[in-house]
Design a protein around this ligand. Structure first.
Ligand code: PLP
Length: 566
């Protein structure tokens, strides 16, 4: 078999829709696009087989039940599990991790330890934090270098009290793979040298990012449990897989209770169903399971080795091209990487880069990628993440790089400072600010501009009138609800309201300037929040700015009016 990316891409109808012809989709680590067969399978399920499974005796119910169990068997083959009884359907990786955390912790006692890493997605961190509080457990973390776990040093945090090791198969923020072979060897050595209590150590791999790029083989990995979400590997949303070794699943208490997971129910107690149904309370995502079935068949027909080789070459090209952009800081490297390039620019906030790229129909992700501890350890609050799969091409990368280069060329020498933490200046100093001079901002000029690129440029220019104000960058003045940091201060002066704003993002500064051009210097009740939202809508900014950015503007407006009313 040989792999052709072009032919592969043709199977994804989203790309041939009129409005998506020019789209460069590099947000695959968040979710991949779906091939036609997956979309068709979901439609077919509703057209031909829609019925609830297991509980009913009619023809449609039998058909749906059969489909679910066939997809379970296919999922077992996909994961390299020994039996379909080892595969539990969940709504996604997050639910899978919550299931494992809740079921495994049920048998633990205060002082027992859970080992995680700094690189975990919040889905493999927050559930453990919640259970640690509930059961008095201790969370320990694999030693790291700038956030990257050093798996070879995991023995430093393993102890006779370690009960669970739950580690990502690869970082969704920076792309690096976890050295699972070393992890396996270390855990095996610890278990074989251990007392009987330590043999209860359970090992989970969060395979959410692995499954799109690697042929998964849980037996080769050697883990006790493995979790992933279908939507990350061309399948539908709403369906995830949990693999668990049969003898371990058998001993595990169920997490959620309800229909489907029982054999009999009394008023005070119930008997649970056999594996794996005891972990699947309620009606499953049946149409999504049908879509997953089609997705697994689709993947089975691909040259997976060829795909992996292709992605590898493309990722090297992506890193090579990005590394040639002056000043751009790459936080990822092409080796041992799950298709991700993560970067920042010292003179442009990550969100501004992503917003600019969106205007060129290039979809990337920006932010902390649900991996805040990792980004903080790496010294950042947000990065731009471009993540690729096998339908991406060199042209996609050329467009991305050209977009970033074009933006960088427009930056002047004003360095956008890194996000400052609370500067700790006292309140007196914090109130010594001066409003910026907004008199030259011309709203009508913005109104007459027809396209987003021009408006973006104008807002970036407006951002320049907002001076940097270190002394207002305090927690007290931080506006909650903005994706990037924004600080807003207010005072009454000669009967009118005066404001000043600062942000680490130029586009937020631009939007802040837009807002202040309407409310700075006005008297009580001269403007209403709805007038500002109307301007925002009129300018088409609501459609163009991401939802969170739109919400950020709303948060700014709300805060400003709150300050005026105070
Ligand atoms: N773990 C990792 C490494 C991820 O990348 C993600 C999603 O981005 C998740 C867990 C959560 O997956 P889901 O949102 O599909 O539940």
């Amino acid at each position: 078999m040989t792999f052709s990316s072009q032919e592969f891409k043709q199977q994804f109808p989203l790309f041939s829709q009129e409005e998506n012809r020019g789209l460069v989709y590099l947000d695959n680590a968040a979710t991949t696009q779906k091939p036609a067969c997956v979309i068709d399978a979901i439609r077919d399920f509703y057209l031909h087989s829609n019925a609830n499974t297991h509980r009913s005796s009619h023809r449609l119910a039998r058909r749906a039940t059969e489909m679910v169990e066939q997809v379970r068997a296919a999922s077992a083959r996909f994961l390299g599990a020994q039996s379909p009884r080892e595969v539990v359907f969940t709504r996604g990786a997050t639910e899978g991790l919550n299931l494992l955390a809740n079921s495994l912790c049920r048998g633990l006692v205060a002082g027992d330890e859970i080992v995680l890493s700094t690189a975990e997605h919040h889905a493999n961190l927050v559930p453990w934090q919640m259970l640690a509080v509930q059961y008095g457990l201790v969370l320990r973390f694999v030693p790291d270098a700038n956030g990257v776990p050093q798996i070879e040093r995991i023995t430093e945090v393993l102890s006779p009290r370690t009960r669970v090791v739950s580690i990502t198969g690869g970082s969704n923020a920076l792309g690096f793979r976890t050295d699972l072979a070393t992890l396996r060897a270390t855990i095996a050595a610890t278990s074989s040298a251990a007392t009987s209590s330590q043999r209860d150590l359970r090992w989970i791999v969060d395979g959410s990012q692995l499954a799109a790029h690697d042929v998964v083989d849980v037996a080769a990995i050697g883990c006790d449990f493995f979790v992933c979400s279908a939507h990350k590997f061309y399948g539908p949303t709403g369906i995830g897989l949990v693999y668990g070794r049969e003898e371990l699943l058998r001993d595990l208490p169920p997490w959620q209770g309800g229909g489907e997971m029982i054999t009999s129910v009394d008023l005070l107690a119930s008997d649970y169903a056999d594996l794996p149904h005891r972990f699947e309370a309620g009606t499953s995502s049946l149409a999504a399971i049908a879509g997953l079935g089609a997705c697994l068949e689709f993947l089975g027909k691909q040259d997976r080795q060829g795909m992996a080789q292709y992605e590898h070459t493309l990722l090297a090209y992506l890193h090579d091209r990005l590394s040639q952009i002056p000043e751009l800081e790459l936080l990822s490297g092409p080796r041992n990487n799950l298709g991700i390039a993560s970067f920042v620019h010292p003179r442009c906030a990550a969100i501004d880069i992503a917003q600019w790229l969106d205007g060129r129909d290039i979809a990337v992700r920006v932010g902390h990628h649900c991996a805040q501890p990792l980004l903080h350890a790496a010294g950042h609050t947000a990065t731009v993440r471009a993540s690729l799969v096998a339908y991406n091409s060199r042209e996609d990368i050329d467009r991305l790089v050209a977009g970033v280069e074009e933006l960088v060329l427009q930056l002047d020498d004003t360095t956008v400072p890194p996000v400052a933490a609370d500067s700790g200046k006292d309140s007196a100093e914090a109130y010594s600010w001066q409003p910026d001079d907004l008199s030259k901002l011309d709203l009508d000029a913005l109104r007459t501009q027809q396209n987003w690129q021009d408006r973006y440029r104008t807002l970036m220019r407006w951002a320049k009138v907002i001076s940097r104000k270190d002394h207002i960058r305090t927690t007290e003045h931080l506006v909650q609800g903005c994706e990037s940091s924004a600080w807003l201060v207010h005072r009454r002066e000669a009967g009118v309201h005066r404001f000043a704003i600062d942000s680490d993002s130029r586009i937020v500064k631009g939007l802040g300037a837009l807002m202040l051009s309407q409310i700075d210097g006005v008297s009580d009740d001269a403007v209403a929040p709805s007038q500002l939202h109307q301007i925002f809508d009129e300018l088409g900014l609501s459609q163009q700015l991401s939802e969170s950015r739109g919400n950020g503007f709303r948060a700014l407006v709300e805060r400003a009016f709150e300050l005026m009313r105070a």
